[in-house]
Write a new protein. Sequence first.
Length: 163
Amino acid sequence: MKLHADHLLDRLTRGGVLLTSKAGDTINTMTIGWGSISEYWGKNVLIVPVRKSRYTHDLLEESDNFTVSVPKYNEIAKKIGYCGANSGRDVDKFKECKFTAKPAKSVDTPIIGEAYLHYECRIIAKIDMNESHMSEAIIKNWYSGSDFHTLYFGEVVECYITD
């Protein structure tokens, strides 16, 4: 399976990508600008960090999968910004951004039809970040409010490009 890691990493650092989660009938998407893709435990793994305060964190805790949808350059930049600035607790981002929730191939969390590159992932591990294992500089710069991330390790079960 081709992972298109260069596309993913470029978009993570230049505008963000959309992490979608689903629990029951509830779906939500959020913008992420951090993450990595590599091989762990003999599997292709996408790691996504999600702060514990985020609505997506709540949904991921009730699920065993997620999807990541990568938009083309600047095609939906305002919508990416909206999804990063608003909580799914308060608004329906799919409705507000007019996103199309398309069925994924192998997981029950949908992909976003307006994106072109999609990752379907099954959660195989998660790690809560621990302040005692982090440098003071990182804590000072990124976690002044102690809102630490959980790192979700998703085995990439599908990776594909759509029109």
